[in-house]
Design a protein around this ligand. Structure first.
Ligand code: ZN
Length: 120
């Protein structure tokens, strides 16, 4: 009887783990690690993916004083990709990044999640 119950409990616990999702040991993860996010938030399209790092690109308008008009400009941002999000984010996705402390010479943003098709 007891053995049966134990196996049942184990099964339930395993099921719970699957629901919670992968928990990473990444110390530079804003959910599981001790990385604090603050500052600006940007939305952009993933154009490149590396191990623990992605590059996003988005368009913005820049005012040109000489012509008193706006011009389109593209901005690229390198962002830290936490290990727990590595599988769900791929090239072409629309994602959100938030500013954090500088993690390296070029990385001072961290991925905070996907943006839905309706822009939320
Ligand atoms: Zn994580």
């Amino acid at each position: 009887m007891n053995v049966k119950k134990e196996t049942e409990i184990r099964k339930i616990e395993e099921g719970k783990k699957k629901v919670v999702g992968t928990i990473c040991n990444d110390k530079d993860c804003h959910i599981h690690g001790n990385l604090k996010t603050r500052g600006r938030i940007f939305k952009g399209k993933v154009i490149r993916k590396f191990h623990k790092r992605i590059v996003i690109e988005f368009e913005r308008m820049i005012y040109v004083r000489k012509y008193e008009r706006y011009k389109k400009s593209k901005t690229k941002i390198h962002a830290r990709l936490p290990v727990c999000m590595e599988e769900e984010i791929s090239i072409g996705n629309l994602i959100k990044v938030q500013e954090c402390r500088p993690l390296s010479k070029i990385i001072h943003f961290v991925v905070i999640g996907k943006v839905g098709e309706d822009g939320k």
